[in-house]
Design a binder for this molecule. Structure first.
Ligand code: ADP
Length: 465
């Protein structure tokens, strides 16, 4: 790309330069030649009047005319021939052809009086030939012709020196254009090269910490998008690593407990059967916990998939909530917690039934788990023309303000010991949030420590693809 840009810049810079140099030189030359012709016409006019009035064509002698003719031929470094209307040469400043006849196309045309005096410019030998008719002012009668062969070497030498200067200027400008092109194409392609290098590195599996690239204007936009993408990839990579280490830690904990329990049983001799029973019960609890973590992880992984996995159908949300509450009533009863359900209107919405009930169940289970003895949990359903709203409030222990930002993160628990006691994995709210986001919905938490917690869920009635 750099070579391509370089060629474009050089061609765009140098071609017009050459073209303008050529135009400048030829324009100068044409203008100088036409000026010279005009001067010659003036001299021809004056000379023609003089020749006529002095009757030079008949006498062929007049010192004043002779000196004027040689003066003009000296000034213009040329040869002047005067011919009468019988094509007889009356005067030749080179004194070579006097008395002879000059039969040329230009002289004949001139004697016939066909408009402008005929002229000819020979570029190779650098001379102009102008043939001027001899008349007297307005008199139409043409008595002869003055043939002026004039050198244009002076014009040529000025043109040559101009050409040298223009060439020098063009060379300097050309060098500047090439230098500028090399620099500018370097500046222009550097960010692109960085992008390509970064992409290659990332493709190979390496990513530098804080990897960014810099560029100009449009390229800056690409750079910005690229940096944005890299940032996002870095965040994703960090959270993936954190997730993997959390998962291994969480999965290892029950296994370590099982190993400790089993080892202590094996190490003791004559262990009473009651102790066996007690330890085996603990081992079963740990296995159940391991099982729950694995199940929660599987739910989360399923929810991490794309929206294409959504199984959307119109669902009666009132009935769905009824069903969830019925299923959770025994757990609530066990802790003497009152479950209250309020529905303000019938709601039918396009949702994935399994995912939505998982999300709402997690919220109500938490409201029961993190409650106080004889407390209550209130679930209410409402809707407007666009959304339906599910509110889950409890009279429980509440969530400290500083923890409220983190509760939706995977494996985050405010009180690890309490969560463990109640069989929490720290994945419930992460699953809930994912499921709600897949419905293009939103969830908000309001809580005060020691007073209770409220989760507000808002989901569109019609699924947005
Ligand atoms: P867990 O499996 O530990 O319950 P969650 O992701 O469901 O994990 O919840 C994360 C943490 O948020 C819990 O450990 C708990 O400390 C806090 N939390 C969630 N819901 C409530 C609630 N209704 N009242 C008080 N604390 C709650």
């Amino acid at each position: 790309m750099r070579v391509y840009l370089l060629v474009v810049f050089i061609v765009l810079g140098i071609v017009p330069l050459t073209f303008f140099s050529y135009i400048l030189l030829t324009t100068y030359e044409e203008k100088a030649i036409s000026n010279r012709k005009a001067e010659l016409e003036n001299q021809g006019y004056m000379l023609s009047n003089m020749l006529y009035s002095r009757g030079y064509l008949t006498t062929g002698e007049d010192t004043e005319v002779d000196s004027e003719v040689s003066r003009i031929s000296d000034i213009y470094r040329g040869r002047i021939i005067i011919v009468n209307n019988s094509l007889n040469i009356v005067k030749d400043t080179y004194s070579l052809e006097e008395g002879k006849y000059l039969i040329s196309e230009d002289v004949i045309k001139c004697l016939q009086g066909t408009g402008t005096p005929p002229s000819f410019h020979d570029r190779k030998t650098h001379y102009i030939r102008l043939t001027y008719p001899i008349t007297y002012d307005d008199n139409k009668e043409i008595m002869g012709a003055i043939v002026m062969n004039i050198s244009t070497k002076d014009i040529q030498s000025i043109r040559d020196s101009m050409e040298q200067r223009v060439l020098l200027f063009a060379i300097i400008l050309g060098v500047l254009i090439v230098a500028f092109s090399i620099y500018f194409t370097g500046v222009l392609t550097k960010p692109l090269t960085s992008v390509v290098n970064s992409i290659d590195r990332i493709t190979d599996g390496y990513m530098n910490e804080g990897e960014t690239i810099k560029g100009y204007n449009e390229i800056e936009k690409i750079s910005d998008s690229f940096n944005h993408m890299i940032n996002r990839m870095q965040k994703l990579e960090n959270s993936r690593q954190e997730f993997v280490s959390n998962v291994s830690h969480e999965l290892k904990t029950p296994i370590t407990s099982i190993k400790v329990l089993a080892d202590s049983l094996l190490m003791q001799e004559d262990t009473p059967i009651e102790l066996y029973r007690e330890f085996l019960l603990d081992i079963t609890d740990e296995i159940e916990r391991e099982n729950k973590i694995i199940n929660d992880l599987l739910s989360l992984v399923k929810l991490d998939k794309t929206a294409g996995d959504m199984n959307i159908t119109p669902i009666n949300i009132n009935e769905l909530l009824d069903l969830i509450l019925k299923r959770l009533t025994p757990i609530a009863k066990k802790q003497n917690i009152e479950l209250i359900y309020e529905s303000f209107r019938p709601v039918i919405a396009e949702v994935d039934e399994v995912k939505l009930s998982l999300a709402i169940s997690n919220l109500i289970e938490n409201a029961i788990k993190y409650n106080t003895a004889d407390g209550w949990v209130r679930v209410s359903l409402n809707a407007d023309h666009k959304y339906f709203f599910v509110k889950v409030s409890d009279s429980g222990i509440g969530i400290p303000l500083e923890a409220q930002d983190y509760i939706f993160e995977r494996f985050y628990r405010v009180d690890k010991a309490r969560s463990r006691e109640t069989g929490g994995t720290g994945l419930g709210l992460a699953i809930t949030k994912n499921a709600i986001q897949m419905h293009r919905g939103a969830i908000k938490v309001y809580s005060k420590e020691g007073e209770g917690t409220t989760f507000n869920v808002r989901i569109p009635l019609n699924y947005i693809v």
